[in-house]
Design a protein around this ligand. Structure first.
Ligand code: 4NP
Length: 160
């Protein structure tokens, strides 16, 4: 069984689809596609069915990453369907764990920035209402965090 990662933000059109596609890019480079699978979701439902934001898509493309997928909302079943749930900011973290009414899944939910190796930040900031710099910054943080996450999964023998 592959190890399953779910990336979660608010709208599932900016940060979490970027994380998903950056992670898939690194997984393919590491030839681990049979061992790790990725998905993403939003805590909110405003953008269900939408493709990634065009500004985010542009910023990702500048770094050689193509954004794919359509937005969906996080659902309680995701706790059982994924091994690790990576949230982009503290609000996403709280909103996900609020749905864990029996307090069963605390260890399965993490902040994405816990895996940063270069950036000293706790959150991936919401770029939605800001300028293009914010989108570039999201990509830079996520490239760092995804590298760190992949190293963690290999070192902790979660894959292979
Ligand atoms: P995301 O960005 O959570 O990174 O997908 C946002 C997208 C949409 C909204 C907020 C953040 N919104 O308020 O509609």
């Amino acid at each position: 069984m592959p190890y399953k990662l779910l990336f979660v933000c608010l709208g599932n059109i900016c940060r979490s689809p970027s994380a998903e596609n950056i992670m898939n890019h690194l997984i393919e480079k590491a030839e681990l596609s049979d061992h790790i699978v990725c998905d993403s979701a939003g805590t909110g439902g405003y953008h269900i069915g939408s493709p990634p934001d065009s500004r985010m898509t542009y910023a990702a493309k500048l770094r050689g990453i193509t954004l794919t997928g359509l937005a969906r909302q996080f659902q309680v079943e995701d706790f059982d369907n994924f091994d690790l749930i990576l949230t982009m900011d503290r609000e996403n973290y709280r909103d996900v764990l609020r749905l864990d009414t029996a307090n069963k899944y605390l260890e399965r939910v993490r902040l994405m920035c816990d895996f940063c190796q270069i950036f000293d930040v706790q959150e991936v900031p919401d770029p939605y209402y800001g300028g293009s710099d914010g989108f570039d910054y999201v990509i830079e943080i996520l490239l760092d965090a995804c590298e760190g996450l992949l190293n963690y999964l290999i070192n902790q023998k979660k894959v292979i």
